[in-house]
Design a protein around this ligand. Structure first.
Ligand SMILES: Nc1ncnc2c1ncn2[C@@H]1O[C@H](COP(=O)(O)OP(=O)(O)O)[C@@H](O)[C@H]1O
Ligand SMILES: [Mg+2]
Length: 298
């Protein structure tokens, strides 16, 4: 039984959509939920992160699944509860096909097209409990994102706190509202999630929350935020590890380094530390809890 299809979206690139999708999907799987991460970004960063290069089908199955109702390709990952529906070159064909469909459809048929996409996607994901969709910047793929909004039950809007990113959140929300006015049922905007926040002082966090609280007026920012953790985020992605797997690797490396130091062997310092990895895990664990709470008690 599907509990949520949460789209992770922002109009702009570089706002931690992929980092957040991967971290939350991995956290969901860790908690024991059968979880699917659908990658709908032609850049396929989430696919590469969780499956490595050369795996996947360039998004071909997703194209067929959404347009022809073919079965979904859900590729297993190192976590038995976590699966990825891969993206790639063919994801652009999907975006193009949807754009053509919208151009050629009579306006009164559009709501039906969105509805049918929702039904098709939900049917394809029926064996999963939690589904996340990682999306491209909607500025680039407006039509694809419209279909994602219409197919999702919830929308999470991650943003960094620079002005361009927060303006892009407003734009994403405007697109969502417009789509809904055209008669499509759209995912509930669950909240704005602040990521990459300098949490040097709690006052800074309050200021950051205040900076986005005015946006849209319809969605409250998440109380939990993701602090600035450049090292763990980048190294986990490079190594193809989830935040929790990266934390274990960092702790192991720490133990080995300690043993080497005791043995008098010279070892170089790693460019990251386990403490920072642990805080990244804790941040996303708290975000996942808040996400579930918001889904369950709207
Ligand atoms: N909490 C964080 N701390 C520091 N850097 C981050 C954090 N989250 C993401 N980043 C960095 O921000 C950049 C964009 O992240 P990404 O998830 O790829 O964004 P998007 O998918 O929205 O384009 C990446 O270089 C990533 O390493
Ligand atoms: Mg991305």
């Amino acid at each position: 039984m599907i509990k949520t299809v949460t789209a992770v979206a922002n109009a702009k690139g570089g706002t931690a959509k992929t980092t957040t999708s991967v971290a939350l999907a991995a956290e969901s799987a860790y908690r024991g939920h059968r979880t699917l991460l659908i990658d709908l970004d032609v850049q396929a960063n989430a696919t590469r992160h969780l499956l490595g290069g050369g795996v996947g089908d360039d998004g071909k199955a997703m194209f067929r699944s959404l347009l022809d109702g073919d079965p979904l390709l859900a590729v297993p990952t190192t976590d038995p509860n976590l699966f990825v529906a891969p993206a790639g070159r063919r994801t652009q064909d999907l975006a193009d096909a949807l754009a053509r469909m919208v151009r050629e459809a009579a306006p009164e048929d559009l709501a039906t097209a969105y509805e049918s996409m929702r039904t098709t996607l939900h049917k394809a994901c029926a064996e999963f409990e939690i589904v996340f969709i990682d999306t491209p910047p909607s500025e680039q793929s407006a039509t694809l994102i419209d279909f994602v909004y219409a197919a999702s039950t919830h929308v999470l809007l991650p943003t960094k706190i620079d002005e361009n990113s927060t303006t892009a959140v407003s734009n994403a929300l405007t697109a969502l509202v417009k789509l809904s006015r055209r008669g499509a049922s759209v995912g509930d905007p669950l909240g704005i999630l602040l990521v990459d926040v300098d949490t040097g002082g709690s006052r800074l966090t309050e200021e950051a929350l205040a900076a986005v609280s005015h946006i849209g007026g319809i969605v409250a920012p998440f109380r939990s935020i993701v602090s600035h953790r450049a090292g763990p985020v980048a190294y986990a992605r490079k190594a193809g590890l989830t935040p929790r797997q990266f934390l274990s690797a960092a702790e192991d490396a720490h133990k080995q380094r300690f043993a080497a130091l005791k043995a008098g062997t010279a070892v170089s310092s790693p460019p990251w530390n386990a403490g920072s990895a642990a805080r990244l895990v804790a941040d996303y664990a708290a975000v996942f809890d808040e996400l579930m709470r918001r889904i369950e008690e709207p």
